[in-house]
Design a protein around this ligand. Sequence first.
Ligand code: GDP
Ligand code: ZN
Length: 353
Amino acid sequence: MQLLELGWTPRFAEDCQTLFPQLLPGRVSAEFRGGYRLLSPDGDFTAKIDGKIRHAAATRRDYPAVGDWVAYSTNDGVTATIHGILPRANCVVRRAAGRDVSEQIIGANIDTMFLVNALNSDFNVRRIERYVALALESKTRPVILLNKADLCLDLAEKLHELEPVVAGIAVHVISAIRNDGLDALAPYLTAGQTIAVVGSSGVGKSTLINALLGENRQATGEIRESDNRGRHTTTYRSLVPLPAGALLLDTPGMRELHLWTNEDLGETFADIKALAQRCRFADCRHDSEPGCAIRSALGTELDTARLNNYQKLEREVAFIERKTNVRAQAEEKKRWKTIHKQARQQSKRKLKG
Ligand code: GDP
Ligand code: ZN
């Protein structure tokens, strides 16, 4: 595939020229145990990271992820060594499963995120709001897809409910199973565009993806790769070319996203932030403080459910930040322990020597 078809932009070209002038650019299309799959104009490669990346890596973010542009070299034209990651235009991260809070990149360099929601009894404006927040905070373009239009008898009502929540964001009504309304998605699916599909279980993501894949349906199938010990590991192709030209980024976890962000929610809740500016106290918690602009706007300018959703998201972000801080502090402590230990060993050696 050509660079432009793979999503190459002038910015990547410039960064690659500056940072890795001697190396070739490739895009990570799959990740599996012990390795990566790369797509590039010079072919497809099974790739490993070099020791420098491994040693310098402090967090998961320092390793390549699906969608990343990387700089590689190859000796045999079949396997490649990754020497660096080009600065990401964006990335979608999530809280890894379990009690442990650590972030995991589930995709990088995504242009558009299809936020799929069903127009049946599952329809939930608050959930759509959360997905929009997630897309914006991940610096990708959100596009809301309202699926199962064939089941919906009160479309106008639902759209009316949604309108104030998603000002300025594209909304398309579709029926994936009937192939209805999918033509309107063509502008997002041109060559070089990278798209991801997210949404709750059962809303029709797989049906939509299959419809977009058309004849290429089998392309989402398993592929087998050899890891560094020659064992075969099963993996999924995660960057799949669609007939329309775009690339579908579909990693495990991408379809079901959880909120993971350290950034503030100002962009999605600009109205609430603006109101908060007018509270009498700068540290107003919008509880029962006198002169609270948010409280007084409730029921008129501001919907209670929207405020509740905002506060819930804010608590969630605060929780993640606290956990991350605790973890960062623990890591810092550990780091210094090692430094002290090395210093002691060195001074001992000096004394002996
Ligand atoms: P996913 O969990 O989001 O991947 O959802 P699926 O694609 O597996 O779809 C869940 C169910 O909804 C399946 O039974 C689909 O056939 C059905 N479905 C998907 N799209 C539509 C649609 O546009 N209309 C109707 N009526 N059903 C749909
Ligand atoms: Zn207030």
